[in-house]
Design a protein around this ligand. Sequence first.
Ligand SMILES: [Zn+2]
Ligand SMILES: [Zn+2]
Length: 129
Amino acid sequence: MIFFFGITNGRKDLDFHQQMTCDLCGRMGQYRVFMTYMVLSIFFIPVFKWGRTYYVETSCCGSVYELRPETGRSIEYGENVTIHKEDLYLRQKGSRVREAKASKICYNCGYETSEDFEFCPKCGKSFDN
Ligand SMILES: [Zn+2]
Ligand SMILES: [Zn+2]
């Protein structure tokens, strides 16, 4: 008899949303929770899941936090929980964090930009003053 084993990575979005004000970009957003896991399949039927890791993604800037496992498990089982900042470990800052930062203003000529220039494109003075 021949067995077909397969080990794959899975990802599942959990039905959980929480309004919050983002520490990283300062905007209003939502926490969205998903989890990743490993699956062992026999004859393409998933029989065993392990290695669950829970993550939180912010809707405002797309930053990703790892969520404390106990909190993640409660969410997976549909319990009514609130995510606190102590439950989160930052894994990846979102790509939209930077653009939400306050714009730079040239102290010399008053030129304003949200780009990360080192020198003013208008008068050439350094922004680092
Ligand atoms: Zn944000
Ligand atoms: Zn300037």
